[in-house]
Design a protein around this ligand. Sequence first.
Ligand SMILES: Cc1ncc(COP(=O)(O)O)c(C=O)c1O
Length: 363
Amino acid sequence: MNIPMVDLKIQFETLRDDIEKGFRQVLETTHFILGPQGRSLEEEVAAYCGVKHAVGVASGTDALHLALRAAGIGPGDEVITPAFTFIATAEAISYTGAVPVFVDIDPHTFNIDPELIEAAITPSTRAILPVHLFGQPADLEPIEALCRKHGLKLIEDCAQSFGADYRGRKTGAFGEFGCFSFFPSKNLGCYGDGGMVVTNDDALAQSVRVLANHGSRQRYHHSVIGYNSRLDELQAVVLRAKLPHIDTYNSARRRNASLYDERLKGCDVRPPVQDGKGTHVFHQYTLLSTRRDALHKALGDAGIASAVYYPIPLHRQEVYRERFAHVSLPITERVATQVLSLPMYPELTGEMIDRICDVIRKA
Ligand SMILES: Cc1ncc(COP(=O)(O)O)c(C=O)c1O
């Protein structure tokens, strides 16, 4: 039996009736965009995250881009962010004309190291954009303090952390903006692209809404150059079917992570470290190994998927490497050679985890 990184089919089977019923309603009303499903989803996500507003957009990348635009970030500005993340985090900054300023990570959590941020702040810095990587919240308390001290905006990349909390509050509820991705494999995923911006600020929420809908407050009246970035009704149906179960899904991920931790004891790998400041929702279960590539191959030979998130830090990507040739991020660069993510989804069974860990032990 092969074991994939994620299996979206099992979850679909358990939600099939709700999703098919919702799809039929949308098809029958032919209200595909900016309709009641999206509006209800926005209310439900805002309530879940404990924030005033949620605005559906077309992807997590757009959520970041529109949040940065609504925060007034543009050419000449700098935004502090990690280089150990998916490219979209920095792409969104670059779209605005601002420059990403990459700061190294904590070797235990893989998240931006708050102690290194202050040295990167310049008169051009406008925002800090931490990523809650692999589902573990970044250390937000010291980051919030830096934002207050230096008058910076806090924009959270919550693409991988739906449902995670930090000191009792959901990720996304801390900054001016929290930005979510609903890419299918995310903890809360739809069946295409989708994203959401959450905020407590009425005016900022309205700005994102206007930007996402062609710069329009009123039909065929356009006050700014906006975008076509809306979450459609069919995606909202899928997300509304899954949202009531998200805590159960995340608990199952945490249970699977504990099983991995237990079964990997004594193996020459470093399992993920939980910093105890919140709830890690294990979008990925990512370990460190100095023999990463051999391990990846041994798992593959046994029919078990594993993946390297992320092999090339952003400051070494072709698109950025000339510009950031002078930047050195030793932890990021080392970790990128050692990380390996194992299969992780709520429906993964104890037997599967046993098999995966047996292969790792032998390798
Ligand atoms: C950390 C991070 N930020 C941003 C994104 C972008 O989200 P999307 O693929 O929905 O555009 C992703 C996921 O793909 C991500 O993992």
